[in-house]
Write a protein of this length. Structure first.
Lengths: 140, 164
């Protein structure tokens, strides 16, 4: 009886939480899909490719980082497989992408907890840059 | 036509993953509620708190933190919303836990993804956890300085020690 009652409470709570998340995440999901089909990402990546040498990465890594950040991790990983990187380069890219990825969707989820989006983006992008620089210098 | 077809396939795949997430949230919520009715949640919080107290979060915030770290950010956020409404977490806890989770979440799934393409799993997990701890402590420092809530934090700690 205790289990049944608890399950009922759990189902109601799940319904409320899901509705709260779906209201905000689905519009962002549409935005990300449109971004993927408009194919604006290669142009943005070209701007950033000269900066990649500071992280010990070739210029093509810019498209991986930009795709991973603006779309999602799966997009980033698909982009990695399109080029041939060394194991060290892949690990540095992995650290960068894991610290900062899927920004439109994930910042929306955390924004729901009243943490400002701009603060989250600053934290993630700045830590990504700082720790990728450190990793490149420390790991020879 | 080709593009339309591709879009429809892509879109239905997206809908499927959203439905999967909902099923997982429902399962987590029901399991948590059943565990709570048997008092397992209090037991878990008591032990997990020993690992997480140095981050400056209170007892009820440990379980949402661990759910987020191991299962994923969406599920972490869902259980934070739930605990906050139950008044098990303070506003400070929400800010610190969400800072930690935004840098370090779903470490099992994400690490396996990158391991599969040849990244070094130890480096990526270690860097991620250490970075998240450092940034959370920095945010805690600024939050305490802005809101002068260190005293409240101490009171909470005392309260928790009394309960033990």
């Amino acid at each position: 009886m205790k289990v049944l009652e608890a399950s009922k409470v759990g189902l109601i709570k799940a319904g409320k939480t899901i509705w709260k998340l779906i209201k905000i995440v689905v519009p962002v999901y549409f935005f990300v899909k449109v971004l993927e089909y408009v194919q604006i990402l290669p142009y943005i990546s070209n701007l950033f490719s000269p900066l990649m040498k500071y992280f010990g990465l070739p210029g093509e890594a810019a498209i991986v980082i930009i795709t991973g950040n603006l779309l999602n991790l799966y997009g980033g990983i698909a982009a990695i497989q399109a080029f041939s990187f060394t194991a060290r380069q892949i690990t540095i890219i992995a650290v960068m992408l894991l610290l900062s990825h899927s920004l439109p969707v994930e910042t929306t989820i955390i924004k729901n907890l009243k943490v400002p989006r701009i603060l989250q983006i600053c934290i993630r992008v700045v830590t990504m840059i700082i720790f990728a620089l450190i990793l490149n210098l420390v790991w020879k | 036509m080709e593009i339309v077809k591709e879009f429809i396939i892509d879109f239905s795949r997206g809908i499927f993953s959203v439905i999967m997430q909902m099923v997982i949230i429902t399962i987590i919520m029901v399991v948590l509620e059943i565990l709570r009715s048997f008092g397992v949640i209090d037991f878990l919080n008591k032990y997990l708190y020993k690992l997480t107290r140095f981050l400056g979060i209170s007892k009820g915030a440990s379980l949402p933190l661990f759910i987020g770290i191991f299962i994923g950010i969406t599920y972490g956020a869902a259980s934070i919303i739930e605990s906050y409404q139950q008044k098990e977490m303070t506003k400070k806890d929400v800010i610190l836990v969400s800072t930690f989770l935004c840098l370090c979440h779903a470490i099992i799934e994400d690490t396996l993804l990158f391991m599969a393409i040849g990244a070094n799993p130890f480096i990526i997990v270690l860097v991620r956890v250490i970075v998240a701890i450092i940034i959370t402590l920095v945010v805690r420092f600024f939050y305490v300085r802005k809101h002068h809530t260190d005293k409240l934090d101490n009171n909470e700690n005392e309260l928790n020690q009394e309960i033990k």
